[in-house]
Design a protein around this ligand. Structure first.
Ligand code: AMP
Length: 185
């Protein structure tokens, strides 16, 4: 199954995507995690993206798309994948659609996780990531509203009924069961 996790920063995509990836035995591809690992290990990619991630800005599309698409083309993704944090704007969504079409693949589900903004901000403040201070959180939420949220409309318009809205509030296991149910709906 080819799945996209969609939703605001801090809504729980990373936790839920990791659990589901284990359950379905398919790779979890998080562009944010790839960037953080590259920064931590001092790779050239890390140097290129640090300014953007530190400030809650989107890493340029060309770089991000190349990383996501090459991860999808790995043999491990033959039986499916979970994308988390990609695509994050319309340009990325279109580039992904082109790459998938070229490979004869489609997206089966977009899991749209939701939670009230006040809850999301509290979660991020407790997560303790370097980009989780008040100012950067605010920027990431603005970027989400302006650039990322239109991606939902893209999938609703192009892929019909693949988008499933899932309430992200509650126990981690409870949310996971809602997601699993949404996959077969
Ligand atoms: P995340 O772990 O998904 O919250 O991502 C952390 C940071 O990585 C974001 O604030 C962006 O700076 C960067 N990033 C992750 N995914 C993308 C993407 N698809 N496009 C651009 N930047 C991204």
């Amino acid at each position: 199954m080819n799945i996209i996790f969609f939703g605001a920063p801090g809504v729980g995509k990373g936790t839920q995507a990791a659990m589901l990836a284990e359950r379905l035995a398919i790779p979890h591809i998080s562009t944010g995690a790839i960037f953080r690992a590259a920064i931590q290990s001092g790779q050239e990619l890390g140097q290129k993206v640090k300014h953007y991630t530190d400030n809650g800005l989107l890493v340029p599309d060309e770089l991000t798309t190349e990383i996501a698409v090459s991860a999808l083309n790995e043999p491990g993704c033959a039986n499916g994948f979970i994308l988390d944090g990609f695509p994050r704007n319309l340009g990325q969504a279109e580039a992904l659609a082109t790459a998938l079409t070229a490979a004869g693949r489609t997206i089966d589900r977009v899991i749209y996780l939701t939670a009230p903004q006040a809850e999301i901000v509290q979660r991020m403040l407790h997560r303790g990531r370097v980009d989780d201070n008040k100012e950067v959180i605010q920027r990431r939420l603005e970027v989400y509203d302006q650039e990322t949220s239109p991606v939902l409309g893209f999938y609703r318009a192009t892929s019909g009924n693949v988008v499933m809205e899932v309430n992200g509030l509650g126990e981690v296991g409870e949310v996971q069961e809602r997601i699993v149910a949404a996959l077969t709906q």
